[in-house]
Write a protein of this length. Structure first.
Length: 239
């Protein structure tokens, strides 16, 4: 019973975080769940959580979804994934993780001093998508480059959040499929997912409610804060 209560609390907080910002549920849930659950159970469970949250947010933001903004990121990520898998086999992933952490910490600090918001040429989406694929192949963390790319664009909060969910839903389906093919989606994982789903959905709805109350400027500040926290957690993981 205590396990289920802790799981419900963590999934509520994870859903709230992503419902508010459009990302960050993994950042919050992974270190907390691994305190009282096996990592081999946590990883596929979080993959299902992420897919459920993203699907819900996509329904809410459907009218703001523009596949023309998402498809270059997805196409760019495909060759990046292959390179990322190669780097995973040849390089110490802690080096890549350390560099990623520095970038994630540095970007919010620089953005606070100068306004890094401007339209970018279309081909930049392929570049950021490529780096997202690289990180996905090496660290299973494709989100940060896409988050930074959308934060730079002079888009409204709904467009930013919808673009993130569009990218995450495609990558999330692939992750769940691969994990299922490798036998990671066990009956235990599916049972925990069903048990935690109500608290996950309630948290996501709560986060979405407060998201609707904030301005574009406040939303961008939340993005920067979460990126900085993600960078600190990433650097901590290299110690």
């Amino acid at each position: 019973m205590e396990l289920y209560l802790l799981l419900s609390l963590v999934t509520f907080l994870a859903g709230f975080t992503q419902g508010l910002s459009g990302f960050g549920s993994l950042l919050l849930a992974l270190p907390l769940l691994t305190l009282f659950m096996d990592i081999k159970t946590v990883i596929p469970l979080l993959a299902l959580h992420a897919l459920a949250i993203t699907a819900l947010l996509l329904i809410q933001l459907w009218k703001h979804l523009e596949w023309g903004k998402i498809s270059p990121l997805l196409f760019g990520s495909i060759p990046g994934i292959f390179l990322g898998v190669f780097l995973l086999k040849t390089l110490d992933t802690r080096i890549i993780q350390f560099i990623l952490g520095l970038i994630l910490v540095a970007y919010p600090l620089v953005s606070m001093k100068q306004r890094l918001i401007k339209p970018m040429k279309a081909w930049w989406a392929y570049v950021f998508g490529f780096f997202a694929g690289c990180l996905g192949g090496t660290l299973s963390a494709s989100g940060p480059p896409v988050i930074i790319y959308t934060a730079i664009q002079p888009w409204g909060k709904d467009t930013i959040k919808a673009t993130l969910q569009g990218f995450f839903i495609a990558s999330g389906v692939l992750v769940v499929f691969v994990q299922a093919a490798h036998g990671l989606m066990t009956s235990s994982v599916l049972n925990l997912f069903l048990i935690s789903l109500p608290s996950l959905l309630i948290g996501t709805y709560a986060g979405s409610f407060f998201y609707g109350k904030i301005s574009d400027q406040t939303y961008r500040k939340i993005m920067l804060i979460l990126l900085g926290l993600l960078g600190l957690f990433t650097l901590y993981g290299t110690l």
